[in-house]
Design a binder for this molecule. Structure first.
Ligand SMILES: Cc1cc2nc3c(=O)[nH]c(=O)nc-3n(C[C@H](O)[C@H](O)[C@H](O)COP(=O)(O)O)c2cc1C
Length: 148
């Protein structure tokens, strides 16, 4: 079974979680980046993120659109930004073909959990076979093994 861990991370927390999950699951690891940089102060990132949420922006992905059809299961990781996923995750979901793929979201955050966000994604992308999301804050090896 081919499994992919694809993630976006601004400050490295999700990257560390993604690396741990990929290692335990024996999955391929892929980082996505946006063309635009979010290297800015915390509050400026919050403002930028809110603006992207309200305008339904789809920030350009840097690099090629990954081919998701090569994988049986796809784990998407990102930080929670303003109670949502960073909009670049929506760019990825729009641009790459996830249809019919077993897919799940994992997040890192200050405190927020991914359940509500995952429900929204399920509504937005009904063609994807969504599975239970994982709160990757301080996640244990056992929790990762028991997931998906
Ligand atoms: C723009 C922005 C918005 C955020 N919004 C939330 C939030 O709504 N809830 C929360 O618990 N944490 C929030 N955080 C904290 C991040 O989710 C947390 O620091 C995350 O682990 C960062 O992951 P990264 O290092 O992979 O970028 C926010 C951080 C930023 C920069």
């Amino acid at each position: 079974m081919n499994m992919l861990v694809v993630y976006f991370s601004q400050t490295g927390t999700t990257k560390a979680a993604a690396e741990k999950i990929a290692e335990i699951k024996g999955a391929e690891l892929m980082e996505i980046k946006s063309e635009k940089s979010y290297e800015m102060s915390y509050w400026k990132t919050v403002f930028t993120s809110l603006k992207e949420i309200f305008t339904k922006a789809r920030p350009e992905l840097a690099g090629v659109i990954p081919d998701m059809q090569k994988y049986d299961r796809i784990l998407i990781g990102c930080p929670i930004w303003c109670a949502s996923v960073p909009n670049v995750i929506l760019t990825l979901l729009d641009a790459a073909d996830f249809s019919g793929k077993h897919t799940a979201l994992f997040t890192t955050s200050g405190a927020s959990k991914p359940a509500r966000i995952a429900m929204k994604l399920k509504k937005l992308y009904p063609e994807i076979r969504w599975h239970r999301p994982l709160d990757a804050n301080g996640v244990t090896e056992e929790e990762i093994r028991n997931w998906m």
